[in-house]
Every structure is written in C-alpha cells, then in structure tokens.
Design a protein around this ligand. Structure first.
Ligand code: HEC
Length: 208
C-alpha cells in the first residue's frame, strides 16, 4: 500500500487548486478596493488603492470631527430669505477664497477645507453635478434634500470644521464659494469612490 496519488488524481488536485485561486482572487480584490488589509501583492494589483485617500490618511477618520453625530439645524445652512450674496470682482473673490480654503482659523478644530479636500479628496461623485443637487451629508445631518454650493460650504463649516456658519452676505462666503466653484471645475469623480468601503464607513457620511 502506498500514499502516492495516481497521476490522474494528482492533476485533478492541481486543477482544483488553480480553479480555486482563480475564483478567489478577483472576488478578493473586488471586496477590497481599499487594499488596506490584504497582502501587499494583492493590494498592489488593485488600481483603486493608490487613488484612495482613505488608504493613506483619512483626516476624517484620524480626527473624526464629524463623529459627534449631532444633527445640524437646517436654518444655519440654508440660504436665508431675501439672500443677496456679496458681490465683487470674480477673480479677486477666487483669490481670496483660495486663501480661506487653506486657512485653519476658519475652523474650531485646527482643520482647513484643504485638510480634507487636498487633491479632491473626500468629495463624493455628487460634487461633479451642477448645483443645486442632493448631498449625503446635507441629508443625513440636516435633513436637507438638496444644496446650493454656498450652502454646502456652510455645511462643511458647521459639520467637519465644527465652526459657526459664515455670514450669509459676507465677503468670506462669496470668496470661499467662488473658489470652491473653481475646485469643482477640476473635479473628476473617482470611479473607485463608489466601491470604496472607506467612504461608506466615513464618519462624516454616517447616519445619526
Ligand atoms: C473633516 C473633513 C472635511 C473638512 C475639513 C471639510 N470638508 Fe467638505 N466634505 C467632507 C466630506 C466627507 C464630504 C462629502 C460629503 C458627502 O458627499 O456626503 C465633503 C463635501 C464637500 C463638498 C461637495 C458636496 C457635493 O456637492 O457633493 C464641498 C463643496 C465641500 N465639502 C466644501 C468644503 C469647504 C468649503 C470646506 C471648508 C470650509 C470643507 N469642505 C471642509 C469633509 C470635509
């Protein structure tokens, strides 16, 4: 009696193992678009891993400024009646808005808009659509169905920046809105974002 497998049986075992490997790896990659946990070889094969801002450093996850879970009074973040946005030379507003975008003094937690949005990070595909449009954060935190761009600026002021909204008719809001509109022009939704489990787990987007 001997334990060596007959040649036919051995090739069946090998074929079975290969079929398993082939079947397992694509599924594995699909479930792991972040590529955080799996072995380096598998993460390397994943095209989303490099572009995923969560994989490197997610400022939301790190400081978790949105995890407070408090609802936002929609009155704070929706345009007041008779609202007349501040008007000034557009190019000047964009220039001033860029400075504000990088200014941590706008927040109460040391963050600037740019902390989260460097290289278009943290934006969902909705940002590519013309305003007004629905945004998950606005709906979940304020029950607001759709937002204008200046209202979204105010949402990020109140929620992730943990600050007071800017004055509705202030030069600052007009400037930050003008600059954010420039950012939007260069934004292309990341095809991986929808499949990204980090965005689903993002405390800023979480329900409550
Ligand atoms: C702590 C991280 C954080 C900071 C700081 C932050 N944001 Fe955001 N922002 C987010 C997240 C997360 C989203 C995605 C919300 C969603 O899609 O539900 C977002 C979305 C947006 C959007 C796009 C909404 C859309 O139309 O899809 C705009 C515009 C925006 N932020 C502007 C700003 C501005 C302006 C500032 C600074 C005043 C700022 N953000 C600061 C996390 C942040």
């Amino acid at each position: 009696m001997h334990f060596q497998l007959k040649p036919i049986a051995r090739s069946l075992v090998v074929a079975g193992a290969m079929a398993f490997a082939l079947a397992a790896s694509p599924g594995f990659a699909a479930q792991n678009p972040c590529g955080a946990k799996p072995a380096a070889s598998k993460a390397g094969a994943n095209p989303c891993a490099a572009k995923n801002p969560c994989a490197a450093k997610n400022p939301c996850a790190a400081k978790n400024p949105c995890a407070a879970g408090d609802k936002v009074d929609p009155k704070l973040v929706t345009r007041p009646k008779g609202y007349k946005p501040y008007k000034a030379d557009h190019a000047t507003l964009i220039k001033e808005g860029k400075a504000l975008w990088n200014d941590t003094r706008l927040s109460s937690n040391g963050l600037s808009c740019n902390t989260c949005h460097t290289g278009n990070a943290a934006f969902a595909p909705s940002f590519a659509k013309p305003y007004p449009h629905p945004v998950a954060m606005a709906k979940e935190k304020g029950g607001v169905k759709q937002v204008h761009l200046d209202e979204m600026v105010q949402f990020c002021m109140v929620v992730p920046m943990a600050a007071k909204p800017l004055g509705w008719e202030s030069r600052e809001l007009a400037a930050l809105t003008a600059y954010t509109a420039e950012v939007q022009k260069k934004f292309k939704p990341n095809p991986c974002a929808a499949k990204n489990p980090c965005s689903a787990k993002n405390p800023c987007a979480a329900k409550k």
